[in-house]
Ligand binder design. Structure first.
Ligand SMILES: Nc1ncnc2c1ncn2[C@@H]1O[C@H](COP(=O)(O)OP(=O)(O)OP(=O)(O)O)[C@@H](O)[C@H]1O
Ligand SMILES: [Mg+2]
Length: 331
């Protein structure tokens, strides 16, 4: 990311976010615990971590799909909790989601063209599209943009391949000209060769159409390839954050280092790897979320833990410039 981008005011600011679920009648599960980060305009930020660490819940909290128990979310300088009804509508339009399984988010009975146009109706956005003809040509234009021709307009989701369906999912999200896309594992259901195509498409579109992206994944090679900056989550917390090239070259937190060492081929890049090659596989069990871990949440699995880590929870420390890690031994 260039310095010019770094200095722009953040588009999204998440501050001390907490999300809780009731696990049973007596116990609360803290799925997201004190998460803070921001995303600049046109910036692609990766959120990575093992299954269950809270990535999806973080994205869902931003768009209001789960209630926020603590902290604040600010979009374009306005806290979303204080938005008027009109601002909320605008927010719901300007922040769009792309999901892992496009089949699940597309209505099987709706042809592709109508699926794209539906987004415009849902958001009551006509964007100068008063006539059916102009709307059809907007659908065709969006399909072209995502690499599908206008002959896809009458096709149904089941007639498309996984990659084509994900392209339709992207076109649908872009129909309302969002400023932030939350992409939750958008390529993890696809073959590796198709993954690269979809990642390149998202990268190119984000530049062309100037939207930012929170890119959720548990595949490190994908995140490294895709993201300007990367956040590493562990047990509901962001434990490390840095520009991606720095994070992957010089990880600071023992958890990030363990993740990377468990993935010997992450350096070879996405195109060179096959199958499950760079999925996160880390020794030791993730502790139960229902039994709070005293001290540093990673200490039971940390090869470098000392007495202090058993009792004292680390705060954020600066490794260097905009590289932060939540470890007593950082810096
Ligand atoms: N609606 C819910 N009710 C109760 N618990 C939930 C709910 N949604 C998520 N959780 C729990 O919150 C934690 C975080 O889940 P989340 O889906 O955010 O993880 P994730 O990082 O996206 O994992 P994955 O990589 O498997 O998608 C998990 O322990 C999960 O079981
Ligand atoms: Mg998830």
């Amino acid at each position: 990311m260039s310095d010019a981008l770094t200095r722009e005011p953040a588009l999204l600011e998440v501050s001390d976010l907490g999300v809780e679920f009731s696990a049973d009648r007596h116990r609360v599960l803290r799925a997201v615990d004190g998460v803070s980060f921001d995303i600049g305009p046109r910036e692609i930020v990766g959120l990575v971590g093992e299954s269950g660490c809270g990535k999806t819940t973080t994205g869902n909290a931003i768009v209001g799909l789960v209630p926020v128990a603590q902290g604040s979310i600010t979009f374009d300088g306005k806290p979303i909790a204080l938005q008027s009804a009109a601002q909320q509508r605008q927010f719901r339009r300007e922040v769009q989601m792309v999901f892992q399984d496009p089949m699940g988010s597309l209505n099987p009975r709706l042809p592709v063209g109508d699926a794209i146009l539906e987004t415009l109706y849902v958001h009551r956005v006509h964007l100068g599209l008063a006539t059916r003809r102009s709307r059809q040509s907007r659908a065709a234009e969006l399909l072209e943009r995502v690499g599908l021709g206008s002959d896809f307009i009458p096709r149904y989701p089941h007639e498309l391949s996984g990659g084509q369906r994900q392209r339709v999912g992207i076109a649908r999200a872009l129909a309302v000209r969002p400023r932030l896309l939350i992409a939750d594992e958008p390529v993890s259901a696809l073959d590796v060769s198709i993954q690269v195509q979809i990642l390149n498409l998202l990268k190119d579109l984000s530049k062309e159409l100037s939207f930012a992206c929170l890119f959720v994944a548990h595949d490190l090679a994908v995140v490294r390839y895709m993201c300007d900056r990367t956040l590493v989550m562990y047990l509901g917390e962001v434990v490390e954050e840095a520009p991606s090239d720095i994070l992957f070259r010089t990880p600071s937190h023992p958890y990030t280092r363990a993740l990377l060492s468990a993935v010997p081929d992450v350096d070879k890049g996405l195109a060179a790897r096959h199958g499950e090659g760079s999925r996160i596989v880390l020794r030791g069990e993730v502790p139960s979320r229902l039994e709070p871990v005293p001290g540093c949440p990673f200490h039971p699995r940390c090869p470098e833990a000392t007495e202090r880590c058993h009792t004292e929870r680390p705060g954020y420390a600066t490794v260097k410039d905009d590289h932060l890690a939540r470890c007593h031994f950082t810096g």
